[in-house]
Design a binder for this molecule. Structure first.
Ligand SMILES: Cc1cc2nc3c(=O)[nH]c(=O)nc-3n(C[C@H](O)[C@H](O)[C@H](O)COP(=O)(O)O)c2cc1C
Length: 364
C-alpha cells in the first residue's frame, strides 16, 4: 500500500472513531431562525424539493459530499452511497482522485460509483495542491473520464496541508491553474473548501475565472486540523499535534460563508460544513445556497447499511421545515424571512452584509 493509501485509511478510521468536529460547533445556524407560519396554506405532501443543479435535475437539494476512493475500505463506503444517491435522485461527490491518477489500479474504487449510479450527477474531485504541484488538464481529464463525471470539484485545503505532517502547503499559482483547467474542460467546474469556508473576495475571483459553483464547506462540522491532530499524535509528531489543537476551530462558519459567497457572486452555491439536520439544510438554502451537502454524518451509516434511511430522514426534515414556513418549493424557501442574531449577526454586520435585510425578505 502507498503512503497516500495509508493516509486515506487513517483519515477514515479517525473520522469514525474520534470526535473530529469543531469544538464550538459554530456553523452559525443556531443564530439563524425561521418565523413559524401557523397558517402555511399548503399540504406537507405537496412540498416540492426538486431543483436544477448545474444542468442536472435533483429530487432534493442534498449532495453527498466528497469522501473517499482509492482503497478497499473506500469501495465499501462508495457502493452504498452511490446506490442511495441513485435511488433518491441526489448528487454525489467522490473523494480526491489523485490516488487513481497516480496508480490506475485504484481506478475501480471510483468507477464503482458510476456503475452503481448510472443516472446520478457525479462530481469528480482533485486537490488544488496537486494543481500547484504540476497536475494539468491531462490529469484532470483522466479523473473526469474515470467516472464520466458530470461536474468537477477542485478542493481547497490550505488548513489541512499546513497541519498535516506530510502536507504540501504550496498554493502559489493555484488561481491561474484553476482558470486554465476551467477553460479547457467541457463540464462545469466547482471549487470547494474542506471545512474552513470561503470569503467574498476569493469567491468573486473564482467567478471571474469561469468557475460555475462554490461549495463553501465552512467551519462548524468536520475539522481537518482535528483529524491531522489525531494522526500526528499517532505518529508521535507532537509539534503538528499541537498545531492541530491550536487551529481546531479555524475558519469561516458555514452560515457566514454562504452569505459571503451569495452576496458577492451569482454562482451555484452548495452549503456544507456541519449540516446535520434538514432544518440546517433549509436555513442554508434560505440564506441563498442552492443545495446542502454532508460528509461526516454519512460515513458510519454507509458502512452500517443505514445510509438510505439517514438520507430519507434528512429529506423528510427538510420538507417539514418547508411546510412549517409555508414554502412549497425551494424558490419560495429562498424568499422566506430569517432572523439572524448573536455572533453570526455581528460577523455579517462587520463584513457589510446587514442581517436585518434577511428579516425583511418576503414571500412573493
Ligand atoms: C472522511 C472524509 C474524507 C474527505 N475527503 C475529501 C476529499 O477527498 N476531497 C474533498 O474535496 N473533500 C473531502 N472531505 C471534506 C468533505 O467533502 C466536506 O467538505 C467536509 O467534511 C465538511 O462537511 P461535514 O462537516 O458534513 O463533514 C472529506 C470529509 C471526510 C469526513
Amino acid at each position: 500500500m502507498s503512503e497516500t493509501e495509508f493516509r486515506k485509511l487513517d483519515h477514515i478510521r479517525i473520522c469514525i472513531e474520534k470526535d473530529v468536529q469543531t469544538h464550538n460547533n459554530w456553523t452559525g445556524f443556531k443564530d439563524v431562525s425561521f418565523i413559524h407560519n401557523a397558517l402555511p396554506e399548503i399540504s406537507l405532501e405537496k412540498v416540492d424539493t426538486s431543483l436544477k443543479f448545474l444542468g442536472r435535475r435533483l429530487e432534493a437539494p442534498i449532495i453527498i459530499e466528497a469522501i473517499t476512493g482509492g482503497t478497499r475500505e473506500s469501495t465499501k463506503i462508495n457502493i452504498p452511497l452511490a446506490e442511495a444517491a441513485e435511488d433518491l435522485g441526489l448528487a454525489m461527490g467522490v473523494g480526491s482522485q489523485r490516488i487513481a491518477i497516480d496508480n490506475p489500479k485504484r481506478a475501480s474504487t471510483f468507477q464503482i460509483v458510476r456503475r452503481k449510479a448510472p443516472n446520478t450527477c457525479i462530481i469528480g474531485n482533485i486537490g488544488a495542491s496537486q494543481l500547484a504541484d504540476g497536475y494539468d488538464v491531462k490529469e484532470v481529464q483522466k479523473a473526469i473520464d474515470m467516472i464520466n463525471a458530470d461536474v468537477l470539484a477542485i478542493h481547497l485545503n490550505a488548513l489541512q496541508e499546513a497541519i498535516q505532517p506530510e502536507g504540501t502547503p504550496f498554493y502559489n499559482g493555484v488561481l491561474k491553474k484553476i482558470e486554465k483547467i476551467t477553460s479547457a474542460l467541457s463540464i462545469p467546474v466547482i471549487v470547494k473548501e474542506t471545512g474552513a469556508g470561503i470569503a467574498s473576495t476569493e469567491a468573486a475571483m473564482l467567478e471571474k475565472i469561469g468557475v460555475k459553483g462554490i461549495d463553501v464547506s465552512g467551519a462548524g462540522g468536520t475539522s481537518w486540523a482535528a483529524v491531522e491532530h489525531y494522526r500526528s499524535k499517532q505518529l508521535s509528531n507532537y509539534v503538528n499535534a499541537k498545531l492541530g489543537e491550536v487551529f481546531w476551530n479555524w475558519g469561516i462558519p458555514t452560515a457566514v460563508s454562504i452569505v459571503e459567497v451569495c452576496k458577492s457572486t451569482k454562482l451555484t452555491v452548495i452549503a456544507s460544513g456541519g449540516i446535520r439536520t434538514g432544518i440546517d439544510a433549509a436555513k442554508a438554502i434560505s440564506l441563498g445556497a442552492n443545495a446542502s451537502g454532508l460528509a461526516l454524518p454519512l460515513l458510519k451509516p454507509a458502512l452500517e447499511g443505514t445510509i438510505k434511511n439517514v438520507l430519507e430522514m434528512l429529506i423528510k426534515e427538510l420538507k417539514i421545515a418547508m411546510f412549517l414556513i409555508g414554502a412549497k418549493s425551494l424558490e419560495t424557501l429562498h424568499s422566506v424571512p430569517l432572523i439572524i442574531t448573536g455572533q453570526t449577526a455581528e460577523w455579517l454586520r462587520a463584513r457589510g452584509f446587514p442581517p436585518e435585510e434577511y428579516a425583511k425578505k418576503a414571500i412573493n
